[in-house]
Design a protein around this ligand. Structure first.
Ligand code: GLU
Length: 673
């Protein structure tokens, strides 16, 4: 890019462009061997010459993330809708992508010292809970996929929150089943009823026990240091505080932490210390997850869930039903990965209680019956490209069919079995071919019916809107991979805070209604000890080996975004696998897709979509409308993080992309061509 053009870019775009590495000569198809070797310009790397790891590239060299020096990617900036022109970062042997630069730095430093991907995930989560508390933390839940490079084994870990033992199927809709059939106050979400027993910390402990190398207690240093000594409130967090101000005010600890004494929101760039968070991390570092699930911290969590009035002493808050026993009995679980083939790849995802893996696998299985490669995006550049209407049509229709099955059949399989023989029935190639046959190439089906997969005691529930989640993708020196999506459900969860961290509102991912309009029980209804259905879809991709079996690791990705996660992940996969986009392009690419309704979304935050006048002048929107789609051009707030392992090593081994719609950063070790 000529310097004159660089000078015209807005500062935020310019900064991100420079910081995220400038891989010269990108022709838009850098993901494979032929494209990579055609590029002669020297690729920039994730780091500099002097300190070869975990620094970010700037115009004048490299800068340590969090140093506060010019070009520091952790310097607070106004949250932007979209950072244009980001380019893929390349690294030699290890890489981390997280949604906040300080979190990426913490993970990268662990990898640099020889830690594993599992070690780094602990460090990243410890920092995210501080610098991105609206999205994830110690009081939330997570799903994690792990690939062990030595054994080739893929394992999936379930740290999903659970409903308390005392919950009934009316937990979210009525204060009391017998005496008070009114809604929890001030709302189900902002009451104690939405708070599930947290799972992220127990799950990370299990993953660390099985795949960690560094001592557990060493993994919290960055989080403790930042909580004690302060960090500057970044743009998205500042926006989230301002947006949640009146709700945060209801909780004395949250108000004292995130608001000024006059009740106003703490502003962008304010230096924040949270000593209580540092203390909690110290306790977990020393005592393991038990320090959170038993003892004084657990007592404070339970006390907060059961609070009955707001900080003003009068606003009623409906208490939850969580006890110390719920916390002490919480278990993280290992689940079977959902692995299917897609063209010349294997794709592995998270099984129930997440619907993410099955829905992505079904969508891809349906799409396999069409040649998406025939419909590549046009106007390709570093931001991906403009999708063709036929591609959006096929993907959206496939997603409608997948969401129809998801909405009907998928819930916590410990309580609600899947139909037939389970996952194999739902991702069966013949079944998905018959589903593909329902797609009309000229007109949208608007709303799909679920497939007839045999009797299950379930009705259909509509998806719920969500927004408090984040994703990290990590590859270590040995080639082990972590893809982890972690959440407090909505921004700042339930607005209840204890011991320096926010408590989730994950139970609102259950259906509040236990039965559907026809009186049939809903698969995802609340039950004691059950885990609410999720859409989180951490994903791993492998190349098919010559004999058709799962071969070498190729790609890891995932995203926040509520039920749209399935669409964000599918878009990223299709962009990389069908259209050969590099890790950044696939991540930056226009978000598009549909859940099971007539509405098809094309992300209006993307520079290639003309969102003015509801997309009236956007060529893609016009074409889709002609095919019967109800087009929504609203902004899509994905947070994709992608790493691709290159076959051609001219650019290094790993290529990473962070979502231009959030504040994420890719860091790794230097690659010197
Ligand atoms: N709670 C949601 C889920 O588990 C994720 C929410 C979000 O992405 O914001 O599916």
């Amino acid at each position: 890019m000529p310097l004159s053009l660089l000078n015209r870019l807005p500062t935020a775009s310019l900064l991100s462009l420079l910081l995220l590495g400038a891989c010269g000569g990108s022709d838009g198809r850098a993901g494979d061997a032929s494209a990579a070797s055609a590029t002669s310009a020297k690729p920039a790397t994730a780091a500099s010459q002097s300190d070869p790891s975990c620094t970010a590239i700037t115009a004048s060299g490299s800068v340590v993330v969090g140093s506060g020096l010019p070009g520091d990617p952790a310097a607070p900036e106004l949250a932007s809708g979209y950072r244009t022109g980001m380019q893929a970062v390349h690294a030699k042997s290890f890489m981390v992508v997280a949604a906040n630069p300080l979190a990426s730095k913490a993970g990268c430093d662990v990898l640099k010292m020889g830690g594993t991907a599992a070690d780094a995930a602990v460090a990243v989560q410890a920092v995210l809970g501080l610098v991105e508390p609206q999205s994830s933390g110690l009081g939330g839940g997570a799903f994690l996929l792990h690939y062990d490079a030595r054994t080739g084994v893929v394992q999936t870990y379930d740290g999903r929150e659970t409903a308390p033992a005392a919950a009934t199927e009316n937990h979210l809709r009525w204060i009391d089943d017998v005496n008070d059939r009114t809604a929890p106050r001030p709302s189900a979400r902002a009451s104690g009823r939405s708070i599930g027993t947290p799972g992220a910390v127990r799950m990370l402990e299990l993953v660390h026990q099985e795949h960690g190398r560094k001592p557990w207690q060493s993994l919290f240093d960055a989080g403790i240091d930042l909580a004690d000594n302060g960090f500057k409130i970044p743009g998205r967090m500042a926006d989230a505080i301002a947006g949640a101000r009146t709700n945060l005010q209801r909780d004395a600890e949250a108000a004292a932490t995130y608001l000024n004494p006059d009740g106003s929101a703490k502003a962008l760039g304010t230096v924040l210390t949270i000593p209580a968070y540092a203390q909690t991390l110290r306790a977990i570092a020393q005592g393991g997850a038990d320090a959170l699930y038993t003892g004084p911290i657990a007592q404070d969590i339970v006390a907060k869930i059961n609070i009955t009035t707001g900080a003003d002493g009068t606003t009623p808050i409906t208490p939850g039903k969580t006890t110390l026993a719920d916390l002490a009995n919480y278990r993280a679980k290992k689940r079977d990965a959902v692995c299917t083939t897609y063209r010349s790849y294997w794709v592995c995802g998270m099984g129930p209680p997440s619907s993410g893996g099955i829905a992505v696998a079904q969508t891809l299985g349906i799409l396999e019956n069409f040649d998406l490669g025939q419909y590549p995006p046009t106007n390709v550049d570093n931001d991906g490209g403009r999708p063709q209407a036929m591609a959006v049509h096929l993907v959206s229709e496939a997603e409608r069919l997948a969401y129809a099955d998801r909405d009907k059949y998928v819930a916590d399989t410990d309580f609600q079995p899947l139909p037939g023989s389970g996952v194999p029935t739902m991702v069966d190639k013949d079944y998905l071919r018959s589903r593909a046959g329902l797609i009309n190439l000229g007109t949208s089906m608007h709303t799909a019916q679920p497939g007839n997969l045999g009797p299950i005691p379930a009705g259909i529930m509509p998806p719920s809107p969500e927004n408090g989640t984040t994703h990290m993708t990590i590859v270590d020196r040995d080639g082990n991979v972590v893809s982890m999506t972690t959440t407090v459900e909505s921004g700042f969860g339930s607005y209840h805070m204890a011991r320096g961290f926010m408590l989730n509102n994950q139970l609102t991912d259950f259906s509040a209604q236990p039965v559907d309009a026809g009186g049939l029980p809903i698969a995802n209804r609340v039950q004691a000890g059950k885990r609410p259905r999720s859409s989180m879809a951490p994903t791993l991709v492998f190349r098919k080996a010559a004999d058709g079996s799962r071969g070498e690791f190729m790609m890891a990705t995932g995203s926040p975004g509520g039920s749209a996660i399935i669409q964000y992940v599918t878009k990223t996969l299709v962009s990389a696998l069908d259209w050969n986009f590099d890790a950044q392009q696939a991540t930056s690419m226009v978000n598009f897709g549909a859940s099971n309704s007539p509405t098809t979304s094309i992300g209006g935050e993307h520079p290639k979509i003309d969102a003015a006048n509801n997309g009236a002048n956007d060529p893609l929107a016009i074409e889709l409308r002609a095919m019967g789609h109800t087009v929504n051009v609203g902004s899509q707030s994905s947070g994709v993080g992608t790493v691709i392992r290159l076959q051609d090593r001219n650019k290094g081994m790993l290529q990473g992309g962070a979502d231009p719609r959030r504040e994420g950063l890719v860091l790794g070790d230097a690659f010197t061509p």
